[in-house]
Design a protein around this ligand. Structure first.
Ligand code: FE
Length: 135
């Protein structure tokens, strides 16, 4: 992955909303059931709100009932990075955009078939595109 995005904190502040900056760059979490994509079923795909990297297809979105948009797979494994996160007294795996390092959410192993994984993603971290990208 030579195709990466590196920006300074000030540069990110200029192009992101304060809410996006808080989640993507400071690893914040939006309030559950508050995000624009938590109940959203349009066909298309989701990109990183920071850099536009293609991340998730609507074909893999499911209602986990957890309060955040959930996907059982990424468009391509190379699109996301998984980083151990032991903050807040929990052992979790953080999901980052592989292109800009933006914080997307966390991944858990209680998802549906075929992967059994649940990518629990902040709505703030992603944007929706109406064209479908297949895996
Ligand atoms: Fe990104």
């Amino acid at each position: 992955m030579s195709d990466t995005v590196n920006k300074s904190e000030d540069e990110w502040k200029n192009i992101l909303t304060s809410e996006q900056f808080y989640v993507l760059r400071q690893k914040g979490t939006e309030r559950p059931f508050s995000g624009k994509f938590e109940k959203f079923d349009e066909k298309g795909h989701y990109v990183c709100a920071g850099c536009g990297n293609d991340l998730f297809s609507s074909d893999t979105k499911f209602d986990a009932g957890c309060g955040w948009p959930s996907f059982f797979d990424a468009i391509d494994k190379s699109k996301v990075k998984q980083i151990p996160d032991n903050s807040h007294g929990m052992r979790r795996i953080e999901v980052q955009c592989a292109k800009c390092g933006g914080h997307l959410g966390h991944i858990f192993n209680d998802g549906p078939r075929p992967t059994g994984m649940r990518y629990c993603i902040n709505s703030v971290s992603i944007d929706f595109k109406a064209d479908t990208i297949k895996k």
